[in-house]
Design a protein around this ligand. Structure first.
Ligand SMILES: [Zn+2]
Ligand SMILES: [Zn+2]
Length: 368
């Protein structure tokens, strides 16, 4: 069949929205009609070349839609089911899935970047095979994905909100709950209040943190941070975040610092803002060319600090995506407020420009 898809042909070029050929689903694959796709910064690391990968690549890894058809052997979903896409498949059999870290599933680590799991391509433009980012390509009217990359969700959830449970929400909330395991009464700092950062704030509130310090350079994002649970906000253009955080904690420094921007400078700030026994969590993707961080190793001994990274917030998509949506239903997790602007597929480059300019918390592409 034909479908309209956003494809990147070369790093540094604009994303092209074009009609391509989509093969039917093979064994253990499903055809999904995408209803909504989130504008996550991670795709842009492919656009700039900061994350080298197979090209041409059909982008988009945050998505929600409706199953149109299933290939042979598919047992976990059926046509008509509403699904949220997971940017890491969960095979349920590898050592990571079996040890409770399906976010690190072996099927995802090496194969997310290009062809489908059997090594062949479903998307084509003439003779050219088009890769599927994270096996998904949610910036497409229709896509074919592995059955282990979809999470069936209750039809009561609007898909243009549930889409945020595909990446931003589990990445942020999970970083707090599953990875850092923030304890009630803790002090927390969050650097970067975009789509992931605001969900770190929501996670810290759910975990019972007594102080949540939000840092950004855009005042409207800091306003949203307050609305979602931040107790203090710092505009890093006007104040030094490390100094203010130390002052707010009587000189001790925060217990946990989450870094959702991931430049060496902001990672250094996160480390400097934590106190003794502090935990620094790197959540955002850095440029692949960055190989060092300005953190004195001595601090790890003298102050017994811990630095950790996390992908997908150490969440288990099959279990956690429905759980997060249930929290949304209960009013304990906000999603509606996070969608700053909606776009058509043809506006995908404009949507990324808005993200880069800091004009949105989360942009969402809606398909008619
Ligand atoms: Zn993402
Ligand atoms: Zn696995």
């Amino acid at each position: 069949m034909k479908t309209r898809t956003a494809v990147l042909y070369a790093a540094g070029e604009p994303i092209r929205v074009e009609e391509i050929e989509l093969d039917p689903p093979k064994e253990h694959e499903v055809l999904v009609r995408i209803v909504a796709a989130g504008i996550c910064h991670s795709d842009h690391h492919v656009v700039t070349g900061e994350m080298p990968t197979y090209l041409p690549m059909a982008l988009g890894h945050e998505g929600a839609g409706i199953i149109e058809a299933v290939g042979p052997q598919v047992m976990n979903c059926k046509p008509g089911d509403h699904v949220v896409l997971s940017f890491v498949p969960s095979c349920g059999k590898c050592r990571y899935c079996l040890s409770g870290h399906s976010n690190l599933c072996n099927k995802g680590s090496s194969s997310t970047l290009g062809p489908q799991l059997d090594g062949t391509f479903r998307m084509h433009s003439g003779e050219t095979n088009i890769g599927q980012f994270c096996l998904l390509s949610s910036f497409s009217e229709f896509t074919v994905v592995p059955d282990i990359s979809v999470v069936v969700v209750d039809k009561e959830y609007p898909l243009n909100r549930a889409v945020l449970a595909s990446c931003a929400v589990p990445t942020g909330v999970g970083a707090v709950i599953h990875r850092a395991k923030v304890t009630p009464g803790s002090t927390v700092m969050v650097i970067g209040c975009g789509g992931v950062g605001v969900n770190i704030i929501q996670g810290a509130k759910l975990a019972g943190a007594r102080m949540i310090i939000a840092v950004d350079i855009h005042d409207f994002k800091l306003e949203m941070a307050k609305e979602l649970g931040a107790t203090h906000v710092i505009n890093a253009r006007e104040q030094n975040p490390v100094r203010v955080a130390k002052g707010l904690t009587d000189g001790f420094g925060v217990d946990y610092a989450f870094e959702a921007i991931s430049t060496p400078e902001t990672i250094g700030q996160a480390a400097a803002a934590t106190g003794k026994n502090g935990i620094i969590v790197i959540v955002g993707l850095t440029d692949a060319k960055v190989t060092s961080m300005p953190i004195p190793p001595m601090l790890f001994v003298l102050s017994q600090k811990t630095i950790m990274g996390t992908i997908y917030g150490d969440s288990q998509p099959q279990k956690d995506i429905p759980a997060l949506l249930a929290l949304y239903k209960d009013g304990k997790l906000k999603l509606d407020e996070l969608v700053t602007r909606t776009y058509t597929l043809d506006q995908v480059n404009e949507a990324y420009n808005d993200t880069l300019q800091g004009r949105t918390i989360r942009g969402v592409i809606e398909f008619k």
